[in-house]
Design a protein around this ligand. Sequence first.
Ligand code: ZN
Length: 393
Amino acid sequence: MLQAVTKNGDFVTLPLLPHEEIIQLKNSKSQFFCPVCQSQLLIKVGKKVIAHFAHCYQQECPNQERGEGVYHERGKLDLFYWLLKQGYPVKLEHYLHTIKQRADLFIHLNNKKIAIEYQCAKIPIDQILKRTNGYQAVGITPIWILGGNRMNRIGQQVLSLLPAEQNFLQQFLNDRWPKLFYYCPDVKQLARYDLICLSGRKRTIGQLRFMPLEETSFKHLFQPNHVEVFTDQWLFEKRRFRLYLPKRTYSHESQFREWLYLNQLTPSLLSSWVGLPVVGQWLMKVSLWIWQARLCYDFFNKQSHFTLDQLQVFIQPYRKKINSQYPLLQRKEDPVINYLNYFILGGKIIRSRDGYFVNGRISQYQTIEQAFRNDQQIQNRLKNRMHYTHEKD
Ligand SMILES: [Zn+2]
């Protein structure tokens, strides 16, 4: 930790002092205590570490380091100075007695309280939820910034996110797209990832932007970005789905393959209407390829006319039961309605007074070339109509 209290009750923040002064303190035999458990602390200083305090003895103390090391401490300090320079009343390692949690950075401005957690080490899902819920319960807005070391980039706009990490996704007021933030103290850069859609269990497609810390303001982090949903990356995802058979087959996946087989459907030749990126995919139990294929061939093709209620009944088994995960996401976007809207936009489904009509069967292609061509065409059609409707607004 970076902060301690003296016998007189003064706070000392070690890395804010000149090096000589830290050495003097270390040699002076002055005593320092943990602001949380009051036990005695040691000064640790050296060339490779950021000067910090450590408990003399192993303690069960919430102020204990979370095993994150120098990278974390450096990043935390960078962010602290960054906020300070912008005039925010920011506190470092602020301990909240009521919830027994220590925020890396804490801002109390007007009526708003913000806790910034800079997370560089892996933590279990229940810890993420516990800490997030703890803040929310007392009216504090938590903001997670992940260490740049944790970014697992597998394509230019593709991140692999473990299911636990998906709980760091956050949506603020008026946000359509869930966001993730990263900071890397090695290159002094922030990154913001606007998630468009999960295309697999861990595979996510989004829009990734890097921003030098010095040129970015705290407010800037949250400004709405224009996010293009239909991109070449998404076309690539479809191509990948058509050509690539998942190595490890999950039970949903093998059931799906069996269903395709029984219905004489070939994954590589499925209609281009299967596999459209939707907001809120995280609310679904199975991958979008699965529920969208089922909806197309088992529902739309069998019901030439349907109501919203019938659609909801059909899709219910593919939805997750509401659980406590994703505490920072809003539940206002329904992925199934988003999906239906693409059909309406593209003229494949027509709204009538008492329900919906499917305009022609959803078929299969003869060749893979035809499939690729249609993927491109449908994507272009939806993209153009989306732009047109936006302009009309
Ligand atoms: Zn302590």
